[in-house]
Design a protein around this ligand. Sequence first.
Ligand code: 5GP
Ligand code: ZN
Length: 112
Amino acid sequence: MNDCLFCKIIAGEIPSKKVYEDELCYAFYDIAPLAPTHFLVVPKAHLASAAEVTEESAAVVGHIYAVIAKLAKELGFSDGYRVVTNVGAIAGQTVHHLHFHVLAGKELGSFN
Ligand code: 5GP
Ligand code: ZN
């Protein structure tokens, strides 16, 4: 998508600190981390949010969760972590390209 920040990051037009990449997804550290480990995983194909996931595009979401599980083992936080995706401005979504926050490395507390 032309004017999308994360599409530009995926394309390398805006620099990012890469965690992982394959043909379907790209993972990079969040610029404003909320935990000792905080990175984002995005599908390379633009979707505005999880609200746009369809049966046709759903496989990439499962793939991203499998990638996160692998990275958790490799990066040493498989004992516990949080995966969050905000949908819409009312939920705090500021970048309208589907992304999964991965947070780890501290006591994350209850979610309410
Ligand atoms: P949201 O609020 O949409 O759920 O999450 C967007 C996230 O993207 C925020 O945590 C924010 O810090 C991060 N972010 C925004 N702009 C950039 C950027 O240019 N580079 C990186 N690495 N992260 C960004
Ligand atoms: Zn995009």
